[in-house]
Design a protein around this ligand. Sequence first.
Ligand code: ADP
Length: 800
Amino acid sequence: NTADLHGLPPGVPEHLQSEGIEELYPPQGDAVDAGILDGESVVASIPTASGKTLIAELAMLSAVQRGGKALYIVPLRALASEKKAEFERWAEYGVTVGVSTGNYQSSGEWLGSRDIIVATSEKVDSLVRNGAPWVDDLSCVVADEVHLVDDRHRGPTLEVTLAKLRKINPGLQTVALSATVGNADEVADWLDATLVQSDWRPIDLKMGVHYGSAINFDDGSQREVPVERGQKKTAALVDDTLKEGGSSLVFVNSRRNAESEARRLADVTKARLTGQERDDLRELAKELRDVSDTDTSDDLADAVAKGAAFHHAGLASEHRALVEEAFRDRLIKVVCATPTLAAGVNTPSRRVIVRDWRRYDGEFGGMKPLDVLEVHQMCGRAGRPGLDPYGEAVLLAKDSETMDELFERYVWAEAEDVRSKLAAEPALRTHLLATVASGFANTRQGLLDFLDQTLYATQTTESGRLETVTDTVLAYLEANEFIEREEGTIRATNIGHTVSRLYLDPMSAAEIIDGLRYAADKRVEKLRVIEGGGSASKSSKSSRPSKSKNEPDETAGFTTASELQAERDGEDDDVEDGDDENLDADDFETTYPTPLGLYHLVSRTPDMYELYLKSGDRETYTELCYEREAEFLGRTPSEYEDVAFEDWLAALKTARLLEDWASETDEDRITDRYGVGPGDIRGKVDTAQWLLGAAEQLAGDLDLGNNVAVREAKKRVEYGVREELLNLAGVRGVGRKRARRLYEAGIVSRADLRDADKSVVLAALRGRQKTAENILEAVGRRDPSMDEIEEDTSTRVAAG
Ligand code: ADP
């Protein structure tokens, strides 16, 4: 009984009771028996939706009650604020909560005053690197979805972060929450924790495969769901649930499929809505449409008006939040989702349909079956405790062989083991530098000892592998001057420290530094030519700085794109001549490097996820590459260097997207042109902003030229505006569109805003009084009230 729980802040047990949490679920009881209320470490490997969060809360609250501080590590940024909101209900009992999502450079000192801190593993890693003082005071750490240490990209960060936190705070209580995996015992060994493992679920889950005209369940039962001629299976299954008042969650393998499936299923749900639901959905659709001015927004709103929605990482977070909420409220009847939703987001549903069990995998080079773990997590979303009698998870088979395969592969199967991915070079590159920079180790042996505390070390049978990769990585870091070695002692250089604090992959930092050096050399050369009074286009080779390592290597036999261009034009000129064409010599000092050049530079680092080249793109971007070559900060690879050239073009595509954004191109044009969603634009913009911020600092530290250009390119991408709007767009509440309208109304700066005629401001803001007042207040106008100009503003503006 939860009323009998000990060691919690007074009032908490009663609060749990009032929420209807009267009895602990059996796995929660096991965790309490294992000592989570007394500071003991626990790995809880239990099914989705069986109350893992409460286990974490009990551990954290009891830690706080003992005067300690707790950290909750979430796998997705989107979950951080959700968890924070959830934990904030403990504020009543004196427990404070902070969430740290912001940029990667702050030390987050203010978090020191919070009892519970929520952050992603990347953020925690960066806080440790930046020496956040409160890290030493932690007494409890929770790792949500700890099985993600298996993830190739993000797993190593979680793994190293846990190892570091445990090293800083010996005796740290570690609570790791995991989906059901094959080897939870190994994870528990690694973390010196007691294992709580269970298959228990609060609501029965029936898993089955639909084949022919029925679902065949794992318990031997069947449910008739005939599929009419011309009807899709998903439509039949969704309708079948709807008839009983249940909702469905359909998992598909791509964004496009999520959208098209939602469109199709909207016709099914539409037919079963009540009048009230139709009205509510229309309202919701309007809200969704207002989130962003894009096709995605419109498509989503269209489907939602009929009771269906899609959900994927291309959506804006506001979209996602609205969809999830309306689905939980049972207003939206079906959600078609890519698997992102399965991880973490609390969206239970009567029926889960796993439509696609294969997904395109670029590295694999074809369609690849999903992991058992993933499918189980999707299925685990079936059944809403208290609302549904049971949950149903259904896979689809077109013939009986497939049905047998699906039973073997997923229904009867155990989830895979979790395997550490730490020994991969990119992961170690980042983490070894950070480990040296933040003083965790300063010898090769010290590093190896530290690595010995990771899951990798407990799992590996291949002795020596970690050592080999470590040596490769140390050599790389030394060659790029991020570390120095002297008589066996390893130290981070100044720039190495900076790179670690900026949270850059050292390879990104090296690329950025090379690019900035290239630009600096080019400036020196260029300005010399201008000052010397020579024609800019006739720079002689002898006037060039002689030893830059970034110059094109003309002896190596590569053909650069500009050389090809010259050939096509029937010219036989040298490379630099081509370079000069797009850059006006007079403006050179202020305009070089250009935003596109800088966007391209940060887009080719491993920290920026690439946009893939689609069919036809290669031609388009090769063309553009010739056109804008003078702006690139580095040597364009030859077309014959297949992979390198392809990467260069992919980076150009991203750079072009950023340039469009920073030139006020409409969001929907951008989503069309690049085949991305609004969420992707924001993701790219955020990343670019961070990387350009890093570039700005590196340029300053290394004294590499035009910092102003970097800052301006960063600001422009941050606000999504052209240069002339930078002053206005930074005002809270203004944004790119309003800034443009104000500018067109003759208000071009903050100073103008402070003095402007209120009616002009109001008209430029389309008569939105409250908005106008907030904006005027934000620029510090003494009397921002709009009360006196309530009447029709359009006439006044026309008059003025
Ligand atoms: P998980 O993290 O394991 O996926 P959650 O922690 O989100 O699952 O729990 C799912 C739901 O179960 C939540 O709505 C939670 O409030 C509820 N819940 C958790 N523990 C109990 C309990 N002991 N009694 C009743 N409801 C509970």
